[in-house]
Design a protein around this ligand. Structure first.
Ligand code: NAP
Length: 284
């Protein structure tokens, strides 16, 4: 597996498995299948309500802890210094782990500065090997960096062919922050899987559109965490290290950028309020 070295020296796989929207009763089986397919990076969140199922799959896999890279995320409701310490404890207990490889502030809302102070301390203590953020726009990211000691190792943001985030990535590279894509396949939106340009490039390599999109992100040095509940697709999404897109193909895919989200704008006041006030107990 290709890895990236985070700004604190921690090695992170470039490709992993995301478990958002996998129902809790299917998650253990899906994660077990993903681990059997070779995935070692797992991406969950307190808000996905399936950390305990991820933990059970990890335990029964028998894979040595040191071979895994486990990410989970802090929900808005739990931001603030004390709340964050409690939330980390809860996530560790649910996952059945004694440390996390990466802990992310899930959304740029609430008392993220208090959270960051707690995360910096837990990082120093070794409970969180790396700490980062998610859904931070460049302005929020720079403000967090400029007024704290530890620079986020990762910013996990929506990134796919229709929302490419190249300027955001440039800034992250300058600041030492690894970009990680959520929704690398755009959850199939905008007819991604039947897009004629992607289809043509895929046919030329004897690969699927999903494989071309993941490969394109990897060649841009974007970490990817595609989700699937189907073992055939898990294997397909993992088989992206045996071909290379040409510069011309990379440039053609660059033309698909719309410059906007297919999901939500984190700066929209209605989104800030809706996400900021969503309670863990009400999330699925
Ligand atoms: P995604 O990975 O872009 O797309 C997943 C969808 O594509 C599923 O409907 C899946 O269906 C389908 N799919 C997967 N592989 C396929 C293939 N090879 N061919 C055809 N269809 C395929 O979307 P995502 O789950 O939103 O994003 C990935 C991960 O990012 C999440 O699981 C989560 O860990 C993380 N995430 C984070 C945030 C955040 O705010 N930080 C937000 C969203 C997601 P099947 O399952 O039926 O195969």
């Amino acid at each position: 597996m290709e890895t990236t070295t985070l700004n604190n020296g921690v090695e992170m796989p470039m490709l992993g498995f995301g478990v958002y929207q996998i129902p809790p009763d299917e998650t253990e089986r899906a994660v077990a299948d993903a681990l059997a397919a070779g995935y070692r990076l797992l991406d969950t969140a307190a808000a996905y309500r399936n950390e305990d199922a991820v933990g059970r799959a990890i335990k029964s896999s028998g894979i040595p802890r040191g071979d895994l890279f486990v990410t989970t995320k802090l929900w808005v409701e739990d931001t603030g210094e004390e709340n964050t310490r409690r939330a980390v404890d809860t996530s560790l207990r649910r996952l059945g782990l004694d440390h996390l490889d990466l802990y992310l502030i899930h959304q740029p809302y609430g008392d993220v500065y208090g959270s960051w102070r707690a995360m910096e301390a837990l990082n120093r203590d070794g409970l969180l090997r790396a700490i980062g953020v998610s859904n931070f726009t460049p302005d929020r990211l720079v403000d967090l960096i400029d007024h704290n000691r530890v620079v986020p190792a990762v910013n996990q943001i929506e990134t796919h062919p229709f929302f490419q985030r190249t300027a955001d990535q440039r800034l992250m590279v300058e600041r030492g922050v690894q970009i990680e894509s959520w929704g690398p396949l755009a959850e199939g939106r905008n007819n991604l899987f039947t897009d004629p340009l992607l289809r043509e490039i895929a046919d030329g390599h004897g690969k699927s559109v999903a494989q071309v999109v993941l490969r394109w992100l990897l060649q841009r040095r974007v970490v990817v965490i595609p989700k699937s509940v189907r073992p055939d697709r898990m294997a397909e999404n993992f088989a992206v290290f045996d071909f290379t897109l040409t510069d011309a193909e990379m440039a053609r895919i660059a033309t698909l950028d719309t410059g906007g989200s297919l999901f939500l704008d984190h700066r929209d006041p209605d989104v800030v309020s809706a996400i900021g006030n969503a309670r863990l107990a009400d999330l699925h």
